[in-house]
Design a binder for this molecule. Structure first.
Ligand SMILES: [Zn+2]
Length: 284
């Protein structure tokens, strides 16, 4: 390899801080359409599809409440990010183009969104597995390069495995004073069609109920007018999904109260249990 892991990580960290506005980015007025045809190859670079099917998952006697279910978790963004790797245009699944991956945001103290997303994903995976589910993750470490996991491929694992659902984990980077809380994004143009969109809305409702009753993270006070829902058509991660899918913005990293929660392992566990409860309700 041309770079040492250390220098890659360092570069990624610096970039994250430099581009720490927003998370998935607000819908844009379709700006540049010089779509250099997706350079991402869908090679079998195993981009980190990590079936859990270890002994515990295959013990048929584990009568977990989610036994027989397959759930894909997408930890948003990647640890190794550069503008070159992240900003080339790919299809957004809705007739336009979108950056392969943005860097994601960070707390004011520098805890990156990609690291939080991964930590939260691991906590959720552990919780779901303890209930018997088969869990697949789009990435399992924080060194994946952004061009290895562009937004137009983040639904692949769920589609190929006919997963019961896809949950993408993010946290927002909103600079508005006092802006905090979680919101849930549902696509209005999913490749799975109307039935899958309807199911995704139900999934969002079930997760919202669990998060608000079981965690200390409130509904967003700046997105969704109190509903904590956001309906969008520009997110490839969701648009390409043929299975029920939601994108979580677990809170606002730029808010100091939310940031304290994100950096707490106790909160991440609490949130993982709540997310799993919402998922279980949906699948029940
Ligand atoms: Zn994000």
């Amino acid at each position: 390899m041309r770079f040492s892991p250390r220098s890659l990580l360092l570069a990624a960290t610096v970039s994250s801080l430099a581009f720490s506005l927003g998370c998935v980015g607000a819908p844009t007025a379709s700006g540049s359409t010089t779509a250099a045809a997706s350079t991402t190859t869908e090679t079998a670079t195993t981009h980190t599809a990590t079936p859990i099917s270890t002994a515990s998952a295959s013990t048929s006697t584990s009568a977990g409440s989610l036994t027989g279910r397959t759930i894909v978790i997408d930890p948003g963004h990647t640890g190794a990010w550069t503008a070159k790797w992240g900003y080339h245009k790919v299809s957004d699944g809705n007739g336009r183009t979108k950056a392969c991956n943005s860097s994601g945001t960070a707390t004011n103290a520098g805890y990156s969104e990609h690291a939080y997303n991964l930590a939260q994903a691991k906590a959720l995976a552990a919780e779901l597995r303890s209930r018997g589910a088969t869990v697949l993750l789009n990435r399992t470490n924080d060194s994946t390069r952004s061009d290895q996991l562009c937004v137009n491929h983040r639904a692949d694992l769920a589609n190929k495995n006919s997963a019961d659902l896809l949950i993408s984990l993010h946290a927002d980077g909103n600079l508005g004073k006092g802006h905090r809380g979680f919101h849930i994004i549902v696509s209005t143009v999913m490749h799975g069609g109307k039935a899958v969109i309807a199911k995704s809305k139900t999934l969002a409702k079930d997760i919202r109920a669990a998060l608000q009753s079981e965690t200390s993270m409130p509904r967003s006070n700046y997105i969704g007018k109190g509903t904590a829902y956001s309906f969008r058509s520009d997110l490839g991660t969701l648009n390409f999904a043929q299975r029920p899918a939601v994108m979580m913005e677990m809170g606002n990293m730029r808010n100091s109260t939310d940031a304290k929660l994100f950096t707490s392992a106790k909160f991440r566990t609490q949130a993982a249990v709540a997310l799993a409860d919402g998922i279980e309700k949906f699948l029940g």
